[in-house]
Design a protein around this ligand. Sequence first.
Ligand code: PRP
Length: 230
Amino acid sequence: MDEKRYLTFALTKGRLAAKTLSLLEQAGITCEEMRDKESRKLVFVNEEQRLKFFLAKGPDVPTYVEYGAADIGVTGKDELLEEGRRVYEVLDLGFGKCRMCVCGPARAGELLQHHEMIRVATKYPVIAKDYFYNKKHQTVDIIKLNGSVELGPIVGLSDVIVDIVETGSTLRENGLEVLEEICPLSARMIVNRVSMQMETERIKALILKLRGLLAEEPQQEPVPRALPYT
Ligand code: PRP
């Protein structure tokens, strides 16, 4: 008899992975190998259930899923919006909740009212461009940064930033505030389009199971920091 093919999961490294694994565990999906924190292994296998798991940087998860290197992925909505990959987004997992916002010093609020040409520093140029150009119809200069984006207005690189806000403590501690909210974010499950056709039964059963578990869960407390990227 033919063995079932492996279903491969690409998970986002860090706290999202920990939360995803605990949810999968409740759904009866386990991977003993992944519990070993010291392990330098990159791909973990559950032979019995014919599953494979690997950890990747958040922005790379949709890439692995689009190309079929993973059948299923879990990453933040921010990465899905930014990467624009052709994948099915099938489930809001309800954790990793935060907001994509335009932030800056209070005085910069004025600059957002009158379609002024301003500088916007961000790790998310696609999201920032879509917001300013298509929704606000404001022409801006977008400056791509790779982290510690709050530095932008503090050191005079930009007028405002577009960034993730979770607890708001990074903003508060640096004299910045939320000026406008772009959208809410949370962890999402995504599926490769071909896998969805080829493995419909297995994937749909998993989605239904997870959906049931999520419906039972009480509203979660926000985690203390934003979606992990490292
Ligand atoms: C994220 C985000 C903010 C911070 C928001 O950064 O870019 O800087 O967390 O969280 P808070 O509202 O709870 O303070 P991250 O830690 O991912 O690192 P980065 O600055 O290198 O992007």
